[in-house]
Design a protein around this ligand. Structure first.
Ligand code: SF4
Ligand code: SF4
Length: 331
């Protein structure tokens, strides 16, 4: 009996996930003990500032769009209450990440970033570098002058060609992202680029092609440095992926302490909720089995890897959203 169904996405064949997989939190479909990840320490705290976005990309893992507000905007008070808790608990957190949606659509974006930098954290903002960011040129330049390289921005550029980037993100998005990227590098911001493996290209080809683009556009970004060009594995929830068992750590020679959910958490506010709460990681905002607690103090439980993203993105793909490459598996 075939264990998968052949299908195609953007012309590439894929195998559809067996329904029996990822259905039991404790055991895999073959009856083995599912892998878990123990929490080590909070190195990075992420905030999802809201799922609204100026784009509606085809493969957005969080399904953002100009209409999706399933995760509502966080405000400065929401964020500061967690930053204060980090201080009270004396946690070793150095990096605060902001993701969306498009974080610069949040009306409190600049206040939130400034409040975080004032507390001495390193800030990483994931952005598409388009109109919502460019509308904030003046306050962003002020932040750069005041805080220098403590503020980093990571710009999504799915592919080095306009045609494939636009096929994912919409006409004109490549040109606008490059304009934003050029503005950031010309103004000496700390910038990295997030590319993707969506078109089944190998990493060395992706790096070579981005290096040519960066040279042509005179962008001071080193495509061969994995901190400056981060290449993310894909997460298609319908793709067939192996389940990760407790025995896999040894077989794969992997240390679970290197996974994002061992060293980070994300704060979200779901539409209809009174308060924000803490979830396991950036990748699973809608799956309530990864919701943990209201406070950071209670956010240290082990995480059971009961989702295809755990397998495809983190364990087998080596993905991590943080800048802390030393603590993430190699990409
Ligand atoms: S820009 Fe990012 S958040 Fe917005 S739709 Fe595209 S992938 Fe999703
Ligand atoms: S998706 Fe990755 S970081 Fe999130 S819970 Fe699964 S393994 Fe951990």
């Amino acid at each position: 009996m075939a264990s998968y169904v052949e299908a195609k996405i953007d012309g590439f064949p894929l195998k559809q996930l067996q329904p029996a997989k990822f259905s039991n939190p404790q055991f895999t479909a073959s009856g083995e003990m599912r892998a878990t990840v123990d929490f080590v320490e909070l190195r990075t705290l992420w905030f999802n500032t809201g799922t609204l976005c100026n784009l509606k990309c085809k493969h957005c893992y969080i399904e953002s769009s100009p209409r999706n507000d399933r995760l509502v905007y966080l405000d400065t008070n929401d964020v500061c209450s967690y930053l204060d808790e980090i201080g009270r608990l004396n946690l070793p957190t150095e990096e605060i990440g902001f993701t969306g949606g498009e974080p610069f659509m949040n009306p409190d974006a600049i206040n939130i970033i400034r409040s975080t930098l004032l507390r001495g954290f390193h800030v990483l903002v994931l952005t598409n570098a388009m109109r919502p960011m460019m509308k904030l040129e003046t306050p962003l330049l002020e932040l750069r002058s005041q805080f220098g390289k403590s503020l980093s921005l990571r710009v999504s550029l799915d592919h080095h060609t306009q045609s494939l980037h636009d096929s994912e993100r919409g006409d004109g998005s490549w040109e606008a992202a490059l304009t934003g990227l050029q503005w950031l590098t010309n103004n000496d911001f700390s910038v990295s680029v997030a590319g993707r493996t969506l078109w089944n290209l190998n990493e060395s080809t992706i790096r070579r092609d981005f290096a040519n683009l960066f040279a042509e556009k005179r962008l001071s970004i080193d495509a061969y440095n994995s901190s400056e060009l981060v290449i993310f594995p894909e997460m298609n929830p319908n793709d067939d992926v192996p389940e990760i068992t407790a025995a896999c750590w040894k077989t794969l020679n992997q240390n679970p302490a290197n996974l994002m959910c061992a060293n980070s958490r994300m704060v979200i506010k779901r539409s209809g909720d009174d308060k924000p709460h803490v979830i396991a990681c950036t990748l699973l905002p809608y799956d309530t089995q990864f919701s943990i607690s209201e406070s950071l103090a209670d956010a240290h439980r082990s995480i059971t890897l009961n989702h295809p993203n755990c397998s495809k993105f983190c364990v087998l793909g080596g993905g991590s959203c943080s800048t802390r490459r030393d603590r993430a598996p190699s990409k």
